[in-house]
Design a protein around this ligand. Structure first.
Ligand code: NI
Length: 217
């Protein structure tokens, strides 16, 4: 029974962390202008160094993006609705930013590295923005960067419970799954520190205004 108990404890911890980050994020989004600090609440910080592989196959770290503002979204290319909608919105916001958008780099980080190889990302990111960078990595690298941004994710299947259908072969199950994931757009400053976080319900115009304010600030 021990492993089950351990799993339950891990789930509780993960659930609490997700709640705490969600709460902190809401405070940040609804409250006064966000601090430039990485720490967004007691015990909760957003961002930090990462090592990942971009959609051209190059290994990149936080350093490669120094001097650029980043609009970061975590998701996966097989996502049927939420991810394409959010990435579409990101490209729409960049269009509305006009020339100011030249200082902002859209970044898509996959939380499904098993399927989202650099090649898959290369075919995907161009659909949304010519300068969008797709990032993937090892399972451990993705886990680390997701944790740094308070992003939780997990596999699910198209069943009522989200569990693997009993009749599905393991090989098929490893091909045909969905990923549930946190859906925020992060604005990182040219110094690598978090400037703003946008929930899906933030209007495009509001997002444009807040990005412009961050670019000026
Ligand atoms: Ni998605």
């Amino acid at each position: 029974m021990f492993p089950r108990k351990k799993t339950l404890i891990l789930m509780l911890v993960a659930g609490f962390t997700a709640f705490a980050v969600g709460y902190a994020v809401r405070e940040l989004v609804d409250g006064p202008p966000p601090p430039t600090a990485v720490k967004i609440a007691d015990g909760i910080s957003i961002g930090g160094d990462f090592t990942l592989t971009d959609h051209t196959g190059k290994i990149v770290t936080q350093e490669n993006f120094k001097g650029e503002f980043l609009l970061i979204y975590f998701g996966y290319t097989f996502c049927p609705d939420v991810c394409p909608t959010e990435l579409q919105r990101m490209s729409e916001v960049l269009r509305k930013l006009g020339t100011a958008a030249d200082r902002v780099r859209p970044v898509f980080i996959t939380i499904d590295p098993a399927r989202d190889t650099a090649k898959v990302l290369a075919e995907y990111v161009g659909n949304f923005h010519p300068r969008m960078v797709g990032l993937t990595g090892t399972a451990a690298q993705i886990k680390a960067v997701a944790k740094a941004y308070g992003v939780s994710f997990g596999k699910s299947w198209a069943t009522e419970t989200g569990k693997k259908p009993p009749g599905m072969s393991p090989a098929q199950a490893e091909k045909e799954y969905f990923m549930s994931h946190t859906s925020f757009v992060y604005l990182m400053g040219d110094d690598g520190r978090v400037r703003d976080i946008f929930r899906a319900d933030v209007k495009d115009e509001n997002m444009v205004k807040r990005i412009l304010a961050a670019l000026e600030g």
